[in-house]
Design a protein around this ligand. Structure first.
Ligand code: GLN
Length: 387
């Protein structure tokens, strides 16, 4: 079933959705915040809703104010005078039938349908036990049909921030074999312990072959807004823009205005620095809880996810699991059991692997720490029952 139609099977987010779990279960599953976006951003949204033009279609490229804000915010980060005519679109893989797209496992599950719905063929490369990439293996995975490599830094679900050396290795192969790189950097504002976020688009020779993905949802605690952007050269943006125009025409207008206000004011308000400090404290609540339990976990350098090794967490095989969980790996069952019996939901990590490598992911549950400290404390207490 999964082989034929993984992209059409029920997705992990729907299975572990709060709608399917007891109301008092603490939700550390799907990565969204249980706190409001900053007031100055929601006020901009309210203001936009009072307008007229702001409630109607935008240009498919995005509203001028948002494109201008993206140019001002990101231009210096890419060391480039970004052309606001060609920036905004939605992240869809520009693949044709038969094109191969290389993704490193674990990969954010939504990349898979983006590739297969367009007739592309995903090629999977698992990362090592230390979550590193083997460049020799990557080279071997490249064929005459390879079109693109997907990079994700800071990484969901591992929390890894790729080093410059790692990105240089990938970039060299992309250049040698004339490949596009889609660099998903939606957690770019969430790095910890002074870890540097390196943009692969900025490495020599990479601008013309890289499309970088950004997100207002992650930056401003507003994941339901569905406002994001692509930054890259016209050769990649143009076909993606054409697809966006035919799928949704444009993303919602008033919230683009609010995202623009967010980018316009973030720096002056010291918003991203404060946010990083807050997330560092949130991360510590979970890592301390896991330390106390004596379980191993990944210490995220970025993003807001922690992978907990659940291979020794026991649960009764005959537990009344729902059908959506029964046919899946051990981690699906463990996560269901932990949600119902311990009262904390998480996401099974085998979903981020292809079927052949799913056993690697089965060892982990992903916990999101984009929650207020009270909620995380309460979750930390409940998780002690895993002992
Ligand atoms: N990015 C979010 C996460 O990893 C979920 C996005 C989605 O629902 N598909 O939790």
């Amino acid at each position: 079933r999964l082989k034929e139609g993984r992209a059409l099977a029920e997705d992990v987010w729907s299975i572990y959705n709060v709608a399917n779990l007891p109301a008092d279960c603490i939700n550390l599953g799907q990565g969204y915040m249980n706190f409001a976006p900053p007031k100055w951003v929601t006020e901009a949204a309210n203001e936009a809703l009072q307008g007229i033009a702001q409630n109607h279609y935008s240009h498919p490229k995005g509203r001028v104010r948002l494109r201008q804000a993206i140019k001002n915010h990101y231009g210096p980060q890419f060391n480039r005078d970004l052309d606001i005519e060609s920036e905004f679109s939605s992240p869809a893989a520009p693949t044709k039938t038969g094109d191969e797209v290389i993704m490193f496992e674990p990969f954010f599950d939504q990349y898979l349908p983006s590739v297969t719905f367009n007739g592309g063929k995903p090629v999977y490369k698992p990362t090592s036990n230390e979550w590193t990439i083997d460049l020799a293996e990557l080279r071997r995975a490249i064929t005459s049909r390879t079109k693109m490599i997907i990079v994700n830094t800071p990484h969901n679900p591992v929390g890894k921030v790729f080093t410059r050396a790692e990105l240089e290795g990938i970039a060299a192969l992309a250049e040698e074999f004339n490949l596009i790189v889609m660099s998903d950097e939606v957690y770019d504002c969430l790095t910890f312990d002074g870890k540097e976020h390196v943009r692969i688009a900025n490495l020599p020779g990479m601008w013309d072959r890289t499309v970088t993905v950004g997100s207002a949802g992650k930056a401003f605690a507003a994941t339901g807004w569905r406002v994001g952007w692509l930054i890259g050269p016209p050769s990649i943006i143009r076909p993606t823009l054409a697809a966006t125009t035919r799928i949704v025409f444009c993303t919602n207008s008033p919230l683009q205005e609010a995202a623009a206000a967010g980018l316009e004011q973030a720096e002056q308000r010291g918003y991203f620095a404060t946010q990083r400090a807050e997330y560092t404290a949130r991360r510590a609540i979970l890592t301390e809880a896991f330390d106390k339990l004596g379980l191993t976990y990944t210490l995220p350098e970025g993003s807001y996810f922690i992978l907990l090794d659940i291979s020794n967490v026991k649960f009764p095989e005959d537990y009344p699991f729902p059908a959506s969980v029964l046919g899946r790996g051990r981690d699906f069952k463990a996560c269901w059991f932990i949600a119902l019996e311990i009262g904390v939901s998480s996401i099974p990590v085998s979903e981020f692997y292809c079927e052949e490598h799913a056993n690697i992911g089965e060892a982990y549950a992903r916990f999101a720490f984009c929650k207020d400290t009270d909620t995380l404390q309460k979750a930390a207490e409940r998780l002690q029952k895993l002992k």
